[in-house]
Design a binder for this molecule. Structure first.
Ligand code: G6P
Length: 489
């Protein structure tokens, strides 16, 4: 197998994530159409040139029949993807239940289910069992496709059991696990009934990675405090070996954005948007419609700003792109109605017959439309209540070479640790503070905007997705070699 430039690949890389980088739509009994979903992880790994990457994951659809499964497997093989088939009940208990109703809120400091969320949690134990079962199903598929020398890179909170399952199959497998969300303080993690089982399962990996040093530190503290293990600056001593724990901040493929902005159709789109909003400053929010993103708080802060600054009412617009997500989980359904209610109220309060202050879209935009929107934005609002990293902030910066707009960024997003010096950092829970930050951003002098932008632009263009992935995989290889040397001594 060869790379595009004709050289051989250094190694095979099996990337295992809950979701495959393509979404599948059934067109007939044995026909499927596939669409690449360009998330952060996908673009990160597209840029990895040294490794021959294969993806293993769930295609996001229920395929109960053998004919459909065979046809989908064949179609996915062309995209170097291997499906894990999960039935509806498992998806309900493992994905909607344990992953999205328990682990996701807990890791983002929203706590374990209470009251109505508890009522929708049928049974913690059966969800946990389904979670383990689903992880085992992923492990079976990995094991079937594994070849000696492969690197196996497991991703995210959906697959915390995977390292342990894989090592049970083959203790020589090189296994890394990376978490894309925050890892919370050990005081939060210890509330989880299955706290120890999850830590043990992750510690079976050779390398455990997080976006920030803080998350890595929280994980090591959880292992020392809850499991009574020994933590070292390199990681955690576990069953006679060292499980390496470190921070690997993700990045984006900034060139992809640069290239897109040069395309005539994107330039045209930019001109149209500039014409459309020529009398207004554009503020932008792009988020999955998730409670961790702090969308209601952001909109309330914008309302406060309009309330306190009547002169700005006709001169600014907030474009909020809210991408629907996990729509089967009741919490997400409630959030959608709550956001609609607030947006309606504010538009009713401050809108006129010809204009409204908030344009709220419940859908995603295609990549080129998004690039154009980023490019015309004066102020981006990324006000997550908690966020592993948040790549929207990076994407915005990458598209601002000309405009040098201002980024308002939550101090609770991992990105605050890399873009903090260039952004205006805010506590998203403090609506008065966010309203003041909007005021400051809209009135910022060009020199200050340029300086802030320069700092962030350098970071985003230098610390790319490709660098992230290559560093993780190299570190995983090195960790295994060092462990082998240590056992020989
Ligand atoms: C977060 C998670 C990802 C997940 C994505 C979309 O970024 O870290 O693992 O894929 O959200 O969520 P979904 O549930 O639709 O896969």
């Amino acid at each position: 197998c060869e790379r595009d430039d004709g050289k051989p690949f250094r190694q095979r890389l099996l990337v295992v994530a809950n979701r495959l980088p393509v979404s599948a739509v059934r067109r007939g009994e044995d026909s499927w159409s596939l669409e690449i979903s360009a998330g952060g992880l996908v673009s990160a790994l597209l840029g990895v040139k040294e490794f021959e990457a294969r993806w293993i994951g769930w295609a996001g659809v229920n395929v109960p029949d053998e004919i459909g499964q065979k046809a989908l497997t064949k179609a996915l093989a062309e995209k170097r993807c291997i499906p894990v088939f999960l039935d509806e009940e498992i998806v309900h208990q493992y994905y909607n239940g344990y992953c999205n109703n328990i682990l996701w809120p807990l890791f983002h400091y929203l706590g374990l289910p209470q009251e109505d969320r508890l009522a929708t949690t049928r049974s913690f134990q059966s969800q946990f069992t389904a979670y383990q079962k689903a992880n085992q199903m992923f492990a079976d598929v990995v094991n079937e496709h594994y070849e000696e020398g492969d690197v196996v890179w497991c991703h995210d909170y959906h697959l915390m059991f995977l390292p342990q399952c894989l090592k049970k199959y083959n203790s020589n497998m090189k296994v890394g696990w990376f978490l894309h969300t925050p890892f919370p303080s050990s005081e939060i993690h210890r509330t989880l009934p299955s706290r120890s089982e999850l830590l043990h399962a992750v510690l079976a990996a050779d390398l455990v990675g997080f976006h920030t040093y803080d998350y890595a530190r929280h994980f090591v503290s959880a292992c020392t405090r809850i499991l009574g293990l020994e933590g070292t600056p390199e990681g955690v001593e576990y069953q006679g070996k060292l499980t390496r724990v470190a921070a690997f901040p993700i990045g984006i493929d900034s060139h992809r954005f640069k290239r897109a902005l040069e395309l005539p159709e994107v330039q045209k789109h930019i001109k149209d948007l500039e014409e459309r909003f020529k009398h207004r400053k554009v503020m932008l929010g792009v988020d999955r419609l998730d409670m961790i993103k702090g969308i209601p708080q952001k909109i309330l802060a914008f309302e406060k700003f309009l309330e306190e600054n009547p002169d700005w009412r006709e001169k600014v617009v907030l474009l909020q792109i809210a991408v629907p997500t996990r729509t089967d989980v009741p919490e997400y359904q409630k959030l959608t109605s709550q956001v609609h209610e607030i947006v309606g109220r504010i538009n009713g309060r401050f809108g006129s017959l010809t204009a409204v202050p908030i344009h709220h879209l419940d859908r995603s935009l295609d990549f080129y439309a998004l690039c154009a929107l980023y490019a015309v934005t004066d102020v981006a609002l990324v006000t997550s209540l908690r966020d592993g990293m948040n790549l929207v902030s990076y994407e915005f910066v990458a598209c601002q070479a000309k405009k040098k707009g201002v980024l308002i960024l939550s101090e609770f997003a991992g990105a605050a640790q890399s873009l903090g010096a260039g952004a205006i950092l805010v506590n998203p829970w403090n609506i008065t503070e966010v309203a003041a930050a909007i005021d400051k951003a809209l009135n910022m002098e060009p020199v200050e905007r340029q300086n802030r932008h320069k700092h962030n632009f350098e970071h985003v263009t230098q610390h790319t997705a490709q660098e992230w992935a290559e560093t993780f995989v190299s570190e995983l290889n090195d960790t295994v070699v060092e462990a082998q040397l240590r056992t020989k001594q």
